[in-house]
Design a protein. Structure first.
Ligand code: SF4
Ligand code: FES
Length: 274
């Protein structure tokens, strides 16, 4: 087996290598070993560090490895100080969100696909306070979700009829939210305006409005109608593109905005007619 290289600090970013039409896997040099050599360029920063820097690691991995498998292998074999969050290992807890080669992703369900000469760059999610290395503090994110106060328990009796309400497919998609924060990281408005409540909380708000479960939706609509809320969204839809649970938060924001605009217009016209 080839000796794993020691981590080295990156001093200057290398120009991106042209993408080969059919990526050639980097094979391990050990005879009979079907593992591939993967190169990782990891964002590093401890709380005492003033700046983020990158460190390169190289190690053999099994063909079916995920990004999280490789990160944990780095921690086991090369650098036990690497900080990375994870829990369920199967894409349902939302803990392992990172940016891999600049794209928000759940590390535990993202295949590595190592390619010869390519170092996979892994960074923490954007838009949330970094803790160390690849881990971010999700407290602000959770506080925004709590503002919407999506009820976990119905306050009204469920209907006896077992018919699917109109639009159930959309509602089902929102139930899939795993609160991973990928949408917040990918959203260009969240990146430039920390006061923007963000796509996940607005999607939760749209969910409450669509199925109130006995709640007064007035406070949710008022929250969503504030200046730093639905009006700040620019319909870029990156949130929907990266969402691993098909929640489509971008569509939810647009639906909320339409609802609020419609109510405001209705009030205005009502006043004029009175
Ligand atoms: S809406 Fe999607 S991307 Fe955003 S927190 Fe929920 S599951 Fe994650
Ligand atoms: S570890 Fe739970 S979603 Fe990745």
């Amino acid at each position: 087996m080839s000796e794993p290289a020691m981590p080295t600090e990156r001093t200057a970013p290398e120009p991106a290598a042209p993408e080969p039409a059919a990526p050639e896997p980097a094979a391990s040099e050990q005879p009979g070993d079907d593992r591939s050599i993967v190169r990782l360029r990891l964002s590093r920063r401890k709380q005492s560090d003033r700046k983020v820097h990158f460190e390169d690691f190289e190690l053999p991995v099994d063909p079916e490895s995920t990004v999280l498998d490789a990160l944990l292998e780095v921690r086991r074999k090369l650098d036990p100080s690497l900080v990375v969050r994870h829990a369920c290992m199967h894409g349902s807890c939302g803990a392992c969100g990172v940016r891999g080669d600049g794209r928000e992703t759940l590390a535990c369900v993202t295949p590595l696909n190592p390619r010869r000469g390519h170092a996979i760059e892994v960074e923490p999610l954007a838009g949330q306070r970094p803790i160390a290395d690849l881990a971010v503090d999700m407290v602000d994110f959770a506080a925004r979700m709590a503002e919407v106060d999506l009820p976990l328990v119905r306050t009204v009796e469920p209907a006896n009829v077992a018919e699917l309400p109109e639009g159930i497919r959309w509602l089902t998609r929102f139930e899939n939210c795993i609160e991973c924060g990928l949408c917040l990281s990918a959203c260009p408005v969240s990146g430039s305006d920390p006061k923007y409540i963000g796509p996940a909380a607005l999607a939760a708000g749209a969910r409450v409005v669509a199925e109130p479960r006995g709640r007064d939706v007035g406070p949710v609509l008022a929250l969503a109608g504030e200046p730093d809320s639905v009006w700040r969204c620019r319909d870029v839809m990156e949130c929907s593109a990266v969402c691993p649970a098909a929640v489509e938060p971008g569509t939810a924001v647009i639906s909320l905005r339409r609802r609020i605009a419609g109510e405001r217009l209705g009030r205005l016209l009502g006043r004029r007619q009175a």
